[in-house]
Design a protein around this ligand. Sequence first.
Ligand code: NAP
Length: 484
Amino acid sequence: MNVFKNYINGEWTESKSGKTFPNINPANTDETVGLFQSSTADDVNDACTAAVNAQSAWAALPATKRGEYLFKAAELLEARLAQLGEEMTREEGKTLPEALGEVKRAINIFRYFGGEGSRQFTYQVPSERENVVCYTIRKPLGTVALITPWNFPSAIPAWKLAPALVAGNTVVLKPASLAPLSAYRLVEALHETGIPPGVINYVTGSGGSVGDALTSNSAINAVSFTGSTSVGNALYEKVSPRKIRIQLEMGGKNPTIVLADSDLDYAADTLINGAFFSTGQKCTACSRAIIERSIYEPLVEKLVEKTLKLKIGNGLEPGVQIGPAVDEAQLKTDLDYIEIAQREGAQLLCGGKRLTGSSYDKGFFIEPTIFSAVNCEMRIAQEEVFGPVLALMPVDNFDEAMKLANDVRFGLSASIISKDLTRVHQFINQIEAGLITVNLPTAGVEYQLPFGGTKESSFGMREQGPQALDFYTETRTVYLKYTQ
Ligand code: NAP
């Protein structure tokens, strides 16, 4: 059995607890992918101390040199792409093509932010005064805590690590306990580049112990968190009195509006992609389809027909389109919501059950599920399920569609399917979402653009794209007179 260690001050170390926890394959619970350290507050403290001690020398390096470590790590990761994709499927359950795509994305993120070593734009503006130049500079924040979820176990750690490091911060990363191996591989690649000890530290263990100790540590100058709204909100309450910077990326209840002018096959395929791929376990997954009534019946018919043909199974098997839920608890949440929806009067059109028999019995497989006759008061229309469950809502016109789309507390991503440019622009202007797509699924974002939501989906500055550096740096303003 592979035992994976923490990475503290440039060394692979066991936890002082002497204990480990298993990382289980959700498609085959007979397989333990590896054992990871059940770390303690002492381990976290060591990691924070190492990070603090390494920070000033790291910040003093030219940013282009910091970027070179990311370029080198990207090369190492690329050479291992096949292995890392397979490992991700084993630990998280997503299909192999999805996993390979995610690792590739992490590599691209390292390259993109490696390039920020030679950009990190600031600005200069004319002064009101003679012989004075005014401009801004960026300073790193210091030591940053990075806390990540299981659903993008490589891309999310990558899009936090890379901008944090290139900006001159040192980091302590706590990955999700359900999928810590993918992040381990990023850290391993950075280690192999010869990155100075202490610049990056990786500590595994539960949110309640390691996450809590990390966000309580007074050495931490900022927290970047991605995960559930409940944990994010609690972290905000806890951290904000210290007046350190915090960035929260949380849940969604993302709508797709389908207008009557749409091609029905295209609309059905787009909905299926957004709602069911990655088992609906994307923060940007579509969970509400708001459809103009004149096309409702024929579109629903196509949607159900195509959904019933989806191949569900172990993501390592060729042709499988949808893997399992990540664990028993997530599967139970999915099934609970399916029961609640039926109790509240939604009409089950397809799916709704755990898959059983033969190899399904070894994993947490669930049928992609579609509900019709959903209204705004139902919990299935308001709460994040984080599984392959789609709620259909018929509407009479565009205005009603917009009203329903915005009638939730979340605002992460949203899409519209239509050829009507006027409606499309009205949608872009009126929708309450940070990520807006047109004739595309709600999910599927690119690293070179800012990422984040509105309302209760996000708090703080954007991740990814050049804006990511705004979170990881403090702006300082210089007024310089070049005469006396
Ligand atoms: P989660 O339960 O909130 O966990 C996220 C991370 O926080 C994990 O590393 C977790 O550790 C840690 N954690 C838990 N309790 C903590 C505490 N008290 N203090 C500090 N850290 C703590 O979320 P998840 O189930 O992993 O991920 C699914 C959620 O993430 C969904 O709601 C999804 O929408 C959201 N998400 C949002 C985005 C976005 O960008 N908006 C992207 C992806 C996912 P353990 O793993 O050890 O519990």
